[in-house]
Ligand binder design. Structure first.
Ligand code: CTP
Length: 396
């Protein structure tokens, strides 16, 4: 199941590190190549020699010693997946803070592969507000955080905080790679962010969209193997996946043209907050203020989602977004029909933590079959996985 996969196992200082040799053993048995990188503290819990023997690779512990320097960049580029198990409270905090005082942290910071973590700590530490914030920080950055178990802890207390069992870790990794090939060979078109409609050379009409949701969806589709074209309005977000072709645009018209140029998609997700209206005329020079008010004549922009809906061919899957403040369900269903979409993702501004600018979102999915599915409030990357799951089901 993991044949040919390259797994970099990071081990930090927690008593659960005694299970690391079994993790290595199971990975190797499943066909993976394994390299191990350890924090200095973890070597008190498990022997590097055992791990080197089982992984058949030298175990890396130091950023540098007297004569050599460990190339953490190369390690992060070698791996298909970095699994940090166990993830101690201390290493978690350092990862969230961007610290770089050991080889594991340096490798994490330079890794371009997906990162999965299996936390392990006592319940009080696990529930501490700072740990909650640090876990959320990693999730927002796209790290997969595996659930902790409930049971006997190192302190002797019973509670939450046990590392997931090695067999569960292997199942999670296998699930990850199974999902990652789901959209192999598919072309995806994603729009994200706001559009800016120029009034004159210095002013524009825009909106509060940050693009986080659309970028998270683009990354998730790319992680599942799709060749993604991301047409983005102005945002500050940096694309992580090498599989994403980024087309930067400013106005609704530019976004329309870019999308029409990529209309041979298999999957299109229109997550951008496209301006519905644009100034009829863009002043060539800066408009000077005068005594009276200012009237701007606006004309309708071209609706990209509706245009793609009209051209849609059998086999193409089209997803739209709706942001509503009232009569949400009625409006979402109307959009589904009128724009010939296969799925509408509804954001309601009435939900706390949902919509523009937030790191979290809460949506309801409306399907053509009449089915609807509410997804609870979660981080945008986590929600992107749910939306990608829904898309993958429709594609099948
Ligand atoms: N959309 C688009 N091109 C436009 C306008 C919107 O592709 N010119 C897409 C958005 O990306 C989103 C969906 O259409 O997927 C939103 O539908 P829309 O009817 O624009 O919603 P609202 O802007 O909320 O419109 P209304 O005010 O009618 O509710």
């Amino acid at each position: 199941m993991l044949k040919g996969k390259k797994i970099l196992l990071g081990i930090s200082g927690s008593i659960a590190a005694y299970k690391s040799p079994l993790i290595v053993r199971l990975l190797v048995k499943a066909g993976a190549s394994v390299k191990v990188v350890m924090t200095p503290a973890s070597a008190s819990f498990v022997s590097p020699l055992t791990l080197a023997t089982l992984s058949k690779n030298p175990v890396l512990q130091n950023l540098f010693d007297e004569s050599t320097w460990a190339n953490h960049v190369e390690l992060g580029r070698w791996a298909d997946l970095m699994l940090i198990a166990p993830l101690s409270c201390n290493t978690l905090a350092k990862m969230a803070g961007g610290h770089c005082d050991n080889l594991l942290l340096a490798t994490y910071l330079s890794a371009i592969c997906p990162v999965m973590v299996a936390p392990a700590m006592d319940e009080d530490m696990w529930l501490h507000a700072s740990t909650r914030t640090n876990i959320e920080t990693l999730r927002k950055r796209g790290c997969t955080v595996l659930d902790v178990g409930h049971g006997e802890l190192a302190s002797g207390l019973i509670g939450e905080g046990r590392m997931a069992e090695p067999e569960q870790l292997i199942a999670a990794i296998e699930g990850f790679f199974a999902a990652s090939g789901q959209l192999n060979g598919k072309k995806a078109l994603v729009t994200a962010g706001p559009t800016y409609e120029a009034i004159d050379p210095v002013r524009f009409i825009g909106n509060h969209s940050t693009g986080k949701m659309g970028y998270a969806i683009a990354e998730e589709l790319a992680a599942r193997g799709a060749a993604v074209t991301l047409v983005s309005g102005p945002t500050n977000i940096i694309v992580k996946s090498k599989e994403i072709r980024l087309l930067k645009v400013t106005s609704a018209e530019e976004m329309y043209e870019a999308c029409m140029g990529a209309a041979d998609y298999d999957i299109a997700v229109m997550a951008a907050a496209v301006a519905d209206y644009t100034p009829e005329v863009v002043a060539e020079r800066k408009i000077k203020k005068s005594e009276g008010g200012l009237l701007l004549n606006l004309e309708k922009t071209r609706d990209i989602l509706a245009s793609l809906g009209r051209k849609k061919t059998a086999g193409q899957v089209l997803i739209g977004f709706a942001l509503e403040t009232d009569n949400e369900e009625k409006h979402a269903r109307k959009k589904l029909e009128e724009k010939n979409a296969d799925l509408i993702v509804l954001n309601s501004l009435n939900d706390q933590g949902a919509g523009f600018g937030h790191d979290t979102n809460q949506v309801t999915l409306f399907y053509r079959s009449g089915e609807q599915r509410k997804i609870e409030l979660k981080s945008k990357p986590a929600l992107a996985k749910d939306i990608a799951d829904a898309i993958t089901e429709i594609v099948k």
